[in-house]
Design a protein around this ligand. Structure first.
Ligand code: KIV
Ligand code: ZN
Length: 514
């Protein structure tokens, strides 16, 4: 068996998905879960892009012990400095330097000649080698680059100290055969290529990311990059869980092993979906709600006789349904602490007490509290450390079949409570109109989604919104027993995320080209 390293970029490339804007605590929570999943490398962010990213990468570097933590950087001195600032405390820090190598990117985006791109890479690598023990270099848009130019530049960057060479399919353009052939060409033409690890990084614009990644693996790459649930720019990155399960299910075909604990797949996927607000389609491979559901009579009959008739993946092997212990009114602190441990929640005393109180309050309204409820409660306090923010003080809704009137009290970042009344065609519209008046700035609602954490009448309501406020998009999440209160909270959470982004953008570090 050959070992392939798993490089997760959910927190960097995944976070670049339209509208996703993870808060500091949420990034740390995902990083801790990726460590439990057992990836080899995690790209925690792009430290030079904002002070918020730098701080998150720094915290993740300090907290993660068993996974190499990576920061992205352009071939700019200031980017490398910011990455070192963020990663210097990591157990195994890695720099990920990238520069575009395709004619279209070099000419129109970088406005650099091929010689300048080679030069910039060499200088950046020499500079970074003084700080980082491990440097990965990426040829952005490799699949639309000239193969002989790739051979030339790879040769140079290996001499300058790169240890991992990543050839991304940045725009999701290649096909399995072509991607494999590109790696084979590089292996045949670059001297001492065996001294470095080749890496595949696929985007899914043509729906080929999994096939392309598996083809690259068969062509001999030693590392694959992707994101949980396939989140990422445009159509997203390759969904790591799909590649991992394909490798495991077809182990004898691929002859590849990884250090990943597949039983953590389901939890990782749910966590990423909840925190990013990116819903997983029910029919999504491996982690969709229907991935293990059998509907037709013939299929059900077959599965009852022998699950192998229609089930190539067992739900337990990816952590689905393996933890069904339900908590309720009579569960005490000890049982609750055990449950939190099982769920992988890392809580200090103060946060444990808060979560326990929220759990107890929920048991008054809900008979059976499930794992998903507890996770939803634990994730609900994510913006708590934010300085000034909007909060819901009270909500009153009066409904009749022609019009709804709402009164809200919104506590502003300055601390005073603004009371407003508004009407709307429906309850949610009336609430949002009243909040918009209270914050005294236009807010455009771009998306609204509601789901229940579990089935049943007493389920918690989880609302996701996308709002446009102060020229920024913000995704907000709200949780409550009541759908209208959850809707109001989600709206305010969206506004708070925009405020937080504004605070952090005010201290963005600037990057000077080499
Ligand atoms: O898709 C891409 O090319 C990237 C690079 C920054 C590696 O994400
Ligand atoms: Zn990418």
């Amino acid at each position: 068996m050959r070992k392939v390293e798993i490089f997760d970029t959910t927190l960097r490339d995944g976070e670049q998905s339209a509208g996703v804007n993870l808060h500091f605590h949420e990034k740390v929570e995902i990083a801790l879960q990726l460590e439990r999943l057992g990836v080899d490398v995690m790209e925690a962010g792009f430290p030079a892009s904002s002070a918020g990213d730098l701080r998150a990468v720094q915290e993740i570097s300090r907290r993660i012990k068993n996974v190499s933590v990576v920061g992205l950087a352009r071939t700019h001195l200031a980017d490398i400095d910011a990455a070192w600032e963020a990663l210097r405390d990591a157990q195994a820090p890695r720099l990920h330097l990238f520069i575009a190598t395709s004619p279209i990117h070099m000419e129109h985006k970088l406005r650099m000649s091929p010689d300048e791109v080679v030069d910039s890479s060499i200088q950046a690598l020499r500079y970074a080698a003084g700080k980082f023990p491990m440097i990965e270099w990426s040829a952005e848009d490799a699949t639309r680059s000239d193969w002989d130019f790739l051979v030339r530049i790879i040769q140079e960057v290996i001499r300058a100290g790169a240890k991992v060479i990543n050839l991304p399919d940045t725009v999701g353009y290649t096909t399995p055969k072509e991607y494999a052939a590109m790696f084979q060409y590089v292996q045949q033409h670059v001297d001492q290529i065996e001294k470095v690890t080749l890496s595949a990084h696929c985007h899914d614009d043509l729906g080929l990311a999994v096939a392309n990644t598996l083809a690259a693996m068969e062509a001999g790459v030693g590392q694959i990059e992707g994101t949980i649930n396939g989140i990422g720019e445009r159509a997203g990155n390759v969904a790591l869980e799909e590649v991992l399960v394909a490798m495991a299910i077809r182990k004898s075909l691929f002859g590849i092993e990884t250090g990943v604990d597949l039983t953590q797949v389901s939890r990782t996927s749910k966590l990423v979906s909840k925190l990013t607000g990116m819903v997983i389609p029910a029919n999504k491979a491996v982690v969709g709600a229907n991935a293990f559901a059998h509907e037709s009579g013939i299929h059900q009959d077959g599965v009852l006789k022998n699950t192998l008739t229609y089930e190539i993946i067992s739900p337990e092997s990816v952590g689905v349904g393996s933890n069904r212990l339900v908590m309720g009114k009579h569960s005490g602190r000890h049982a609750f602490a055990e449950k939190c441990k099982d769920l992988g929640l890392t809580l200090d005393n103060e946060n444990f007490n808060k979560l326990f109180e929220a759990f107890k309050a929920l048991t008054d309204k809900k008979k059976e509290v499930t794992d998903d409820d507890i996770l939803a409660l634990a994730l609900d306090s994510s913006l708590e450390d934010m300085g000034g923010k909007y909060e819901l003080d009270f909500l009153h809704v009066s409904y009749n079949s022609t019009q709804t009137t709402t009164a809200v009290g919104v506590r502003t970042p300055g601390g005073q409570v603004v009371r407003e009344v508004a009407t709307g065609k429906g309850s949610v519209e009336a609430i949002y109109n009243a909040i918009e008046r209270a914050v005294q700035d236009p807010v455009r609602l771009e998306d609204y989604r509601i789901q229940s954490t579990t089935g049943g009448q007493d389920s918690l309501a989880e609302v996701y919104v996308k709002v446009h406020f102060h020229n920024h998009a913000g995704i907000g999440r709200g949780l409550d027993n009541d759908v209208l209160a959850a809707s109001a909270k989600a709206f305010l959470d969206g506004l708070n995320r925009v405020l937080l982004k504004e605070q952090l953008d005010a201290i963005v570090t600037s990057a000077a080209p080499l």
